[in-house]
Design a protein around this ligand. Structure first.
Ligand code: HEM
Length: 477
């Protein structure tokens, strides 16, 4: 045989061996009885490619539309969009499904924090330590003045430019441009997720001198920078009565009394995680809100009229919680544009589980995306895709504790069970105050600028959702 024939022969043998191996792998996959694309029996690369493009939730939504409420998205991962299954996966308590290790891979921090601890017991202990800083009473007492002050400053800045560039932290609004802190936070989510999906990229970025490519440069710097912010927060929390001191004060007080508490490294990693969890989530929710409202002048008018009657000195969480339309607009934004709209991945515990009528083996990764369950027409009606805050008032009129039972079970912008959002009260207070101040200031005069299109506002999914174009320009007319 000539050299050329040798190559053909070897390639054919290799190809056949690979095909036989893949068929064997597919036939033995314990998830083969679950609906899903054939390739997901052997690879999750099509999903990974969409993760790379910031389109994980769109990928999963498309599969749900085609295959139904439970779908295999990779050889060991299922996506689930069913309310009964949701209640099983995200049930509270120590026996609940644990978080997938994916969460730990998301960041490069050396140890786990409350957000990404997978062991339920370890998580419960940590959450008990942090929870006192996040109660509604504590949030209103300690943080309300800070939120009010920062929002006022943001409004002043917006008047100067006559253009509202939401989608940024209040701090950035004050500076009038994206500051380095915000850029670093965005980077850590995006590149952290990619580093998990493509471990080789992370390995290269950690072990070789940075290559002159965007991806490796970003991977090598993102987590380091956020760790430094975390360390600064620890130093500040020990020195002053800052926001961080408020969050960590129980632990710091315990440590000062010689009681078991967290190490400095624990606190700095928690602080780093909180900055990631708490900044872009609220800012991007505001971005989608003002954009969606600017597209519907009648909603803008109704909202502006409702907040106009509140006296200046009453712009606080208690008073603003009583405004039904403000609440409806915020809920509708969280429904259609949930800031954490992606898969919240969990692991099926020992003994397996019954989900959507299928027996799912233990160890399988399962997750629900808020994006899909917030758009189920079986729950939200034929206009599920439409931004229509009035639906929340209609639920309230029906008198079923404000919201229909089905919608209540399906509406989970802050996650579910023991792992639901720790910052819920802070986020809601920020949203109420910011939205009320914004529409008192600008009344009915905001319009979407030409450069902001439906396409630029498409949701980009690097775990925290952002508009694809990363800005939303509104013009004050
Ligand atoms: C609109 C704003 C926000 C939304 C939509 C949101 C949403 C969520 C969701 C869906 C989860 C569950 C994640 C999962 O199961 O994987 C979560 C967890 C968490 N959030 Fe938020 N969040 C927001 C704001 C905040 C803020 C302001 C903070 C704190 C400053 C915060 C801190 C946390 C923490 C610490 C966790 C982990 C809780 C645990 O595992 O015990 N979030 N958030």
């Amino acid at each position: 045989m000539t050299g050329g024939w040798n190559v053909v022969y070897l390639s054919t043998v290799l190809l056949f061996t690979t095909i036989i191996f893949l068929i064997f792998k597919a036939l033995r996959n314990p998830l083969r009885h679950i609906p899903g694309p054939w390739h997901s029996l052997v690879t999750s690369y099509p999903l990974k490619l969409d993760v790379l493009k910031g389109r994980r939730l769109h990928h999963i939504h498309r599969l749900h539309l085609k295959y139904g409420p439970i779908v295999r998205v990779g050889p060991t991962e299922l996506a689930v969009a069913d309310i009964d299954a949701y209640k099983i996966i995200y049930r509270a308590g120590l026996a609940g499904f644990q978080k997938d290790d994916w969460y730990f891979g998301l960041t490069d921090f050396p140890i786990k924090a409350v957000f990404n601890m997978s062991d339920n017991k370890e998580h419960a202990t940590r959450r008990r330590m942090l929870a006192p800083g996040f109660t509604k009473t504590n949030i209103v007492r300690e943080w309300q003045p800070v939120v009010q002050e920062n929002t006022k400053l943001a409004m002043r800045q917006m008047h100067v430019s006559a253009t509202a560039l939401f989608g940024e932290s209040f701090e950035m609004l004050m500076a009038g441009e994206r500051n380095q802190y915000i850029r670093d936070l965005e980077k850590v989510m995006m590149w952290g997720g990619l580093g998990y999906e493509f471990p080789m990229l992370r390995f290269i970025s950690q072990h070789l001198p940075p290559l002159p490519f965007e991806v490796t440069l970003q991977l090598s710097s993102a987590a380091k920078t956020i760790s430094q912010y975390g360390q600064k927060a620890v130093a500040a929390s020990r020195l002053t009565n800052t926001l961080t001191r408020n969050v960590f004060k129980t632990m710091i007080a315990d440590a000062e009394k010689g009681l078991p508490s967290l190490t400095d490294l624990d606190v700095s990693v928690e602080a780093g995680n909180l900055q990631i969890a708490g900044t872009d989530t609220t800012a991007n929710t505001l971005t989608f809100l003002v954009w969606a409202v600017a597209k519907r002048p009648e909603i803008q008018l109704r909202l502006a009229q409702e907040v106009a009657v509140v006296r200046e000195e009453e712009l606080n969480d208690v008073r603003l919680s009583q405004l039904p339309f403000l609440d409806a607009v915020i809920q509708e934004t969280l429904r259609l544009y949930p800031a954490v709209g992606s898969s919240l991945l969990r692991v099926v515990p020992r003994g397996g589980a019954d989900l959507c009528g299928y027996a799912i083996p233990e160890g399988t990764t399962v997750g629900t995306t808020a994006y899909t369950i917030h758009r189920l027409s079986s729950v939200w009606g034929p206009d599920a895709e439409k931004f229509r805050p009035e639906r929340w008032l209609e639920y309230a009129e029906k008198g079923i504790s404000g919201v229909s039972d089905e919608a209540k079970a399906a509406f989970n912008p802050f996650g579910g069970g023991s792992r639901s959002c720790l910052g819920l009260h802070l986020a809601m207070m920020e949203l109420r105050i910011a939205v009320a101040m914004f529409y008192r200031e600008f009344k009915v005069s905001m319009k979407v600028a030409e450069e902001t299109t439906d396409e630029s506002m498409e949701m980009e999914d690097y775990f925290v959702i952002a508009p694809k174009g990363h800005t939303c320009v509104l013009v004050a007319t």
